[in-house]
Design a protein. Structure first.
Length: 140
């Protein structure tokens, strides 16, 4: 798999992959999320492709204190091939190069398979509650 920076030409394929991976929610317009990411650390938005076909994504960021991971996705046809692990390795390396001491991520509580994936990579559950507030409502 070739891992490279996201390009705006990838947008349709990325949104399709995120939809297939059940990452899209009505309150988050994926195209707006992409546009926002491109204004902040766009180099931390990576994609993976095989034979020119986009099969994986990972969007991360670093605020000077902690790193965050969003939208890790692998196409269903390529799951269980180690591609998610490769993408995470690339994310971690990029954040480590920026001096990021810790990477945080959120997993929906009902998603046991994904929780198991991250545990296998050495991630543990922090004893915190995630809180959020929409500051901008996306139109879908």
């Amino acid at each position: 798999m070739l891992i490279r920076s996201f390009s705006p030409a990838d947008t349709d394929a990325v949104v399709a992959l995120w939809t297939e991976a059940a990452l899209v929610r009505p309150w988050n317009d994926p195209r707006a999320d992409i546009a926002r990411k491109l204004t902040q650390q766009p180099e931390l938005f990576i994609v993976g492709e095989i034979d020119g076909v986009l099969v994986a994504t990972a969007m991360s960021g670093y605020d000077g204190h902690r790193g965050w991971l969003y939208y890790l996705a692998v196409a269903k046809a390529h799951r269980r091939e180690g591609l998610g692990r490769l993408m995470m390795h690339e994310v971690e390396a990029g954040l480590r190069a920026l001096g990021c001491p810790k990477l945080n991520l959120q997993v929906r509580s009902e998603n046991a398979a994904v929780r198991g994936f991250y545990r296998g990579l050495g991630y543990g559950e922090d004893q915190v509650m995630s809180l959020g507030k929409r500051l901008i409502l996306d139109e879908s």
